[in-house]
Design a protein around this ligand. Structure first.
Ligand code: IVH
Length: 690
């Protein structure tokens, strides 16, 4: 018998951990430091170890995976899992709307709920009495595979529903996805181990969900987005949009880029807006789903054999294209890594022109067998560097030729090293300008210090003219230094100096990412920043302290140690601090300026005085501009808006009415950390905490 007091304590811990888990993984808004979470978890692990009777399948300690299975059981879905019809363009969407209105017999606009179409793996989660009892893949739509043990490891899947859970059974449907960042990292690991990388995040997510060893799934850091239920009667709602709200209340992650549209034109505008935001999404989306909002109308419309008549997927331009390899160049990265890059006949891929694509490393190049002159499939995902997927053998003429790893660095001429057991050749030049350029580009990139205006051509000039010899030199640049450069107007010089000035007050996590320490990606950099709080704390942290950070294993901690032990690096950092770099701890970064980096444009009359609206945005760290461009984040549209509203629509810039604007201010101003995510400061997933 377990003493009652311990039983109560265990339940209290579980409830608390569930709450923090939800704050962290679903809302991206943790309210306690990681260390405190870990100590709660350790206490529960201890209690359960001493009294195994306390351990249930929905305990937060059970997220690390169960013993491997021999095979998956097949299970029948409570209701079939349907697929969606596609609309390839505007015409397709208009046809869908015509059909819906004809079938419903209405002339007026139909209300639609629009949401991103996630490119992942569809799953069904069955809850009974609010507890997760089963998770299954879609399979053939009628029957899928029982992957419950694996789905339990996905931290954004609640093991127990929150709030008012329905007493009976409810089957929640949604998509398991892998963040592009995690995908990139997984593939990087695969490449470093000399293994075949995954073709895309969807395959990586599907592979992880269909692992017989759920421990592997747990390490892959998947996410789940809920978008519906099979039996909607159970949810007690009347529309799809209410249903999404309800799913949110139950503790699921639902897309924030959802909207209710009155009629086709609004639905189309939302689809275009989501498409314009596509590259900035942290995971892949391949379209926008338009659903009739009213569940009664959905019922009236019914379904065909495999797809509903009340929904359609408006598909975005594909992210693959076929083109020719004109050359293979060997590019030198910031750590000296020499990688093969295909120079392509420019091709449009998902709305962007691509003229270069990575081939990763010589082994991958050999595995893919791509030759100069080949026709190839190229692919891009989000803002990940485009890659060559495969060549088309049927297009070979015999004129194609291979490209060999150079013996000398193509930029500085230093010899190329390839240590035993490594797949990547490296330039051994200490002062290789290509390495410096790559370091600067990375440091200034959007996910690092985000220095607006410091593009590739400018970095080239700065290095070639020896204006910049290390990263710290960036912060010493004056307008006078910049003015004589090519294509540098007075105004751009001033703007760049300002942007550098802003970057001086960088959040610690972004700075750490910008340093380009091996194995320290964005997520790890953020985790380190949150754990240590200051640069000094991290720089002198012994390996044992580094290993306390979620997600940091021996390899990563070794790499961090050796980076900070290198006198050259310590000196570079000292120089940056001397040049006025002032790092902000994650707490400072998240609390004060949630709209940092976001720009707003106002048009038309607002009830709130313009000055007040402007001051409110600026107080939260945002900027107010007078004209709309692609870089505008929000247009606030009042009464009788001017041409700016049209321009915004044209460019796909999200528009807010005054109520929406007030809501946004409240949201970001009210809650510290959720505001941080609104501002693009996405927090990383907590990994392997047990
Ligand atoms: S609703 C009955 N909403 O797209 C309609 N599906 O071909 C069922 N998908 O495998 C789907 N995002 O997993 C819906 N927001 C979304 C979705 C979505 C992705 C997937 C779904 C299914 C496929 C449909």
């Amino acid at each position: 018998m377990v003493p009652e007091a311990l039983r109560r304590r265990a339940e209290e811990l579980r409830r608390e951990l569930d709450y923090h888990n939800h704050r962290y993984y679903v809302l991206d808004a943790p309210v306690i430091p990681d260390a405190e979470y870990d100590s709660l978890l350790r206490e529960l692990v201890g209690l359960e170890a001493a009294h195994p009777g306390l351990r249930g399948p929905d305990s937060p300690t059970q997220r690390v995976g169960a013993p491997p299975l021999e095979a998956f059981r097949r299970v029948e879905h409570l209701r079939p899992m349907l697929s969606l019809d596609n609309a390839m363009d505007e015409i397709g969407l208009r046809e869908f709307d015509d059909r819906v209105r004809r079938l419903l017999g209405t002339e007026g606009p139909v209300v639609y709920a629009c949401e991103p179409k996630f490119d992942g793996l569809a799953v069904e989660l069955v809850y009974e009495g609010g507890r997760l009892v089963r998770g299954a893949t879609r399979g053939d739509g009628r029957e899928g595979e029982d992957v419950t043990a694996n789905l339990r490891t996905v931290r954004s899947i609640p093991l127990r529903l929150q709030g008012e859970a329905p007493p009976g059974a409810v089957d929640v449907r949604g998509e398991v996805v892998m963040r592009l960042e995690d995908f990139r990292r997984l593939n990087q690991d695969q490449l470093e181990k000399g293994e075949t990388p995954f073709a895309n995040p969807r395959n990586a997510a599907a592979g992880a969900v269909r692992q017989l060893d759920s421990g592997v799934t747990a390490r892959r850091r998947l996410e789940f987005f809920a978008y519906g239920v099979g039996l909607w009667e159970a949810a007690g709602v009347r529309t799809q949009s209410e249903l999404l709200e309800r799913l949110g209340e139950w503790g699921f992650r639902v897309s924030r880029e959802r909207a209710v549209a009155r009629g086709l034109e609004e639905a189309l505008a939302h689809c275009r807006r989501v498409e314009a935001l596509r590259d900035g999404f942290p995971y892949e989306i391949d379209g926008c789903v338009v659903k009739v909002d009213s569940l009664l109308q959905q019922e009236e419309l019914g379904q065909r054999s495999r797809s509903p008549r009340w929904a359609v997927a408006y598909k975005f331009a594909p992210l693959q294209a076929v083109t020719r390899v004109l050359d293979v160049q060997w590019s030198v990265g910031r750590t000296g890594a020499i990688t093969p890059v295909a120079v392509l006949e420019p091709a449009r891929v998902g709305g962007v022109t691509v003229s270069r694509a990575t081939l990763h490393n010589p082994e991958e190049l050999a595995r893919k067998g791509v030759l100069v002159g080949d026709w190839v499939v190229v692919q891009r995902a989000g803002d990940v560097i485009p890659e060559v997927v495969r060549f088309l053998p049927e297009k070979r003429t015999g004129q194609e030729r291979p490209s060999e790893v150079p013996a000398q660095c193509p930029v500085c001429g230093a010899h190329v090293e390839k240590p035993e057991g490594e797949v990547v050749p490296r330039c051994s030049g200490l002062n290789c300008p290509a390495q410096l350029k790559a370091r600067l580009r990375h440091f200034a990139s959007r996910r690092a210090l985000d220095v607006d205006g410091l593009g590739e051509k400018l970095v080239d000039q700065l290095v070639e003219r020896r204006l910049v010899r290390d990263v710290a030199d960036l912060f010493r640049l004056t307008e006078g230094d910049l003015a004589p450069l090519e294509r540098m107007a007075e105004k751009s010089a001033r703007n760049l100096v300002r942007a550098l000035d802003r970057a001086r007050r960088a959040p610690l996590g972004r700075f750490l990412y910008g340093l380009g320490i091996r194995h320290v990606g964005e997520a790890t950099a953020q985790a380190l920043a949150r754990h240590f709080g200051t640069l000094a704390g991290l720089m002198d942290a012994p390996e044992g302290a580094l290993l306390q950070v979620p997600d940091v294993g021996p390899e990563v901690s070794r790499s961090i140690r050796s980076f900070f032990e290198e006198p050259h690096n310590r000196e570079a950092i000292r120089q940056m601090l001397a040049a006025g770099l002032e790092l902000r701890s994650p707490v400072e970064a998240a609390s004060g300026r949630p709209l940092e980096g976001r720009s707003f444009v106002f048009t038309g009359g607002l009830e709130m005085p313009r000055e007040q609206a402007k001051a409110a945005v600026e107080a939260l760290g945002g900027r107010v501009a007078t004209s709309v461009s692609k870089k505008t984040d929000f247009v606030v549209v009042g009464e009788d808006p001017g041409s700016k509203a049209d321009k915004a629509r044209e460019l796909g810039v999200p528009a807010l009415d005054e109520a929406g604007f007030r809501e946004l201010l409240e949201q970001v101003g009210g809650k510290g950390a959720s505001a941080a995510e609104e501002a693009g400061e996405t927090l990383p997933a907590r990994g392997g905490a047990v």
